[in-house]
Design a protein around this ligand. Structure first.
Ligand code: FES
Length: 122
């Protein structure tokens, strides 16, 4: 069963920009345009619960404003300390001026617990 949410028209979100949707999910989500594609991740750092939407996006890396942990928005994996685990990322579909995000928590991949990916990390 999917947990689809309409995000409206995000065609105005340019490369390298991000937008927050604070009312979606438990912590809100951040939607970013990277390499021409929309990516969505949870708006909460896995290190100490800081809103990632207050950080910076550098290429595909979302940098936490508090201690500088980096997360790849393409898969949620953490790429730099002090975080030790990734963040949840979600599937986004953009078609004909409408955008949807699926907040369904996918199965966790127990073979590689080091990456974020499409699952909740806590
Ligand atoms: S709260 Fe994000 S790196 Fe510490």
């Amino acid at each position: 069963m999917s947990d689809l949410h309409d995000l409206g028209d995000l065609s105005d979100l340019d490369e390298g920009e991000m937008r927050t949707f604070p009312d979606l999910g438990e912590f809100g989500i951040v939607v970013c345009r990277v390499e021409g594609e929309l990516r969505a991740v949870i708006d909460n750092c896995s290190h100490a619960d800081r809103r990632l939407s207050e950080g910076r996006l550098r290429g595909p890396m979302l940098i936490c404003p508090l201690h500088g942990a980096q997360f790849d928005v393409r898969d949620g994996s953490h790429q730099g300390p002090p975080a030790w685990e990734g963040i949840a990322c979600y599937r986004v579909d953009e078609c004909d001026g409408t955008t949807t995000v699926d907040l369904t928590p996918p199965e966790r991949d127990s073979t590689n617990s080091d990456v974020g990916g499409r699952f909740r990390t806590r």
